[in-house]
Design a protein around this ligand. Structure first.
Ligand code: IMP
Ligand code: MG
Length: 178
């Protein structure tokens, strides 16, 4: 599995340190607000699990699953809900936890969908952001790291459902996905 990786861009220690910082910031921003933290499956799951352990105020957790782009490494913008949240988020502070924002089309869909439930506030926390790839002007409240326009895997992020279990984030060798 590791032989398919061209280069590690974020190692375990770097990820851990940044996740801790984000957890601390979220704890301060939502102290005593009992926010609902929504993990976007499946890519967000490792980041989400590590992040909530770094939050030292009460949170409720929930999960939202969307259709993926299949094996393609490009965003089609076509998304469908596979598993909805079970929590009533009306008048609640909501934090959406995503693995990566590429075109931003997935998150835009999620944002508009959740906004219809009238949350008290709707916040976005993404581990990775590809600012040069944005096709929409969504504002993110918490960003772990900016990355370039390369395809990355690991720490939850997949290519064709593989590599999610790598403990670091790396760039996949081009020959793997072309
Ligand atoms: P967007 O709709 O173009 O912003 O794409 C977001 C989704 O595409 C993410 O939630 C990922 O599932 C997937 N994605 C985008 N870029 C990458 C990448 O570099 N590696 C793995 N998955 C990615
Ligand atoms: Mg995803």
């Amino acid at each position: 599995m590791e032989n398919d990786i061209l280069r590690i861009i974020l190692d375990e220690d770097t990820l851990k340190k940044r996740v801790k910082e984000l957890g601390k910031k979220i704890s301060e921003d939502f102290r005593d607000e009992f926010p609902v933290i929504i993990c976007i499956l499946r890519g967000g799951v490792i980041f989400f699990s590590d992040l909530i352990k770094e939050i030292d105020t009460h949170v409720e957790i929930d999960f939202l699953s969307l259709s993926s782009y299949g094996k393609s490494t490009n965003s089609s913008g076509v998304v469908k809900i596979r598993k909805d949240i079970d929590t009533n988020i009306e008048n609640r502070h909501v934090i959406v936890v995503e693995d990566i924002v590429d075109s931003g089309l997935t998150l835009k869909y999620i944002f508009e969908y959740l906004q219809k439930h009238n949350p008290a506030s709707l916040n976005i926390c993404t581990l990775l952001d590809k600012p040069d790839a944005h096709k929409t002007d969504l504002e993110m409240n918490y960003v772990g790291f900016n990355v370039g326009n390369e395809f990355v895997v690991g720490y939850g992020l997949d290519y064709a459902e593989k590599y999610r279990n790598l403990p670091f984030i790396g760039i996949l060798k081009k020959e793997i996905y072309t």
